[in-house]
Design a protein around this ligand. Structure first.
Ligand code: CDT
Length: 312
């Protein structure tokens, strides 16, 4: 048995005016709770340190840069890294990354239990749009503020398991899980900020949106026989609702823990990495069953094209 007690540290809303120091204090409180519960690894959401700023349209580059971190750990997050090291807890957290040569990414990192950064992932599937869209009920400007990730979908050996990360919208794309599944991934950690309503379809209710979120993560877990830990930033941020519903999903695709609030809330589960083995050796034994000669379109084409040549 390779058991890792994992904490999914859902965060409640973070208002625009809230400082990183105040947010980090909340994260440290969740980490302390996780230590009490025996967690060895704690996962925090996408863009954990601030409000979900891509809902705001900005033109001033300096104003944009103020939402980004130049280093990780940064001065503001140092107390979190110090506490994690002291407690022997590995952490994964999302933040907006500004590189020394001026590139901006939506990033998630992973540490080991000694506090060393062992992995970095940059979000590949950026949703939304790049210009102000008056037709929408709210803006989602990730395509304005971030470049698509340039690191692929790596998997790292950490705590005697193969671990990978996704970020929010990535969870809806089966290719993302499969890239990691093909590297033997046993645990996928992901954070999300998902608005409770669809800015282009007022008829879509929150229950349906939560269902799509769960469905994507449960399918990713089952089809790659891995654990998925999906952690929300939730609640009313400056008048904009984000749904919660953080979940831990087992390699059968079943939800074993679910958040019940839209606040700071810790889910805890003892995840046995050996529970991934059966699926990987049977129904999802990729080397025996995959038929790559029929999958060419997956990497040669982005949009759908009907057999009579119509691009959809
Ligand atoms: N943060 C993020 O990726 N959110 C998206 C919302 C998409 S709405 C344009 C998500 O897929 O949950």
């Amino acid at each position: 048995m390779r058991e890792i007690v994992i904490g999914a540290a859902q965060m409640g809303p973070i208002q625009k005016a809230e400082s990183r120091q105040a947010v980090v204090a909340r994260m440290v409180a969740l980490l302390d709770q996780a230590a009490e519960a025996g967690c060895a690894l704690v996962v925090f959401p996408e863009l954990t340190l601030t409000t979900f700023f891509p809902r705001w349209y900005m033109e001033d580059e300096a104003e944009v840069d103020a939402w980004f971190e130049r280093d990780m750990p940064s001065p503001a997050t140092r107390p979190l890294f110090d506490r994690a090291r002291e407690k022997g807890i590995a952490i994964s957290l999302g933040y907006a990354e500004l590189t020394p040569d001026g590139h901006r990414f939506n990033t998630q990192i992973l540490t080991d239990q000694a506090g060393n950064v062992v992995g970095k992932y940059r979000k590949v599937h950026l949703p939304g749009h790049s210009e102000f869209d008056p037709e929408r009920t709210h803006q989602h400007l990730e395509k304005r503020y971030f470049e698509p990730g340039n690191l692929g979908f790596p998997v790292w050996r950490n705590m005697d398991a193969w671990m990978g990360m996704l970020i929010c919208n990535d969870r809806r794309w089966p290719e993302a899980y499969r890239e990691m599944g093909l590297q033997g991934v046993e645990l996928v950690m992901l954070g999300y900020n998902t608005p409770s309503s669809n800015s282009q379809n007022p008829g879509e209710n929150t229950e349906l949106r939560q269902f799509h979120s769960d469905l994507s993560m449960q399918a990713g877990a089952y089809q790659n026989s891995c654990w998925v830990v999906g952690v929300a930033k939730a609640g009313l941020e400056d008048g904009h609702p984000l749904f919660g519903g953080s979940i831990i999903v087992d390699p059968n695709g079943q939800v074993v823990q679910r958040a019940t609030t839209e606040d700071d809330e810790l889910l805890v589960h003892a995840c046995d990495m050996d529970a991934t083995v059966f699926g990987k050796q049977t129904i999802f034994d990729f080397k025996r069953h995959r038929r790559i000669e029929h999958y060419g379109r997956i990497t040669s084409q982005t949009g759908a094209i009907t057999p009579d040549g119509e691009a959809l």
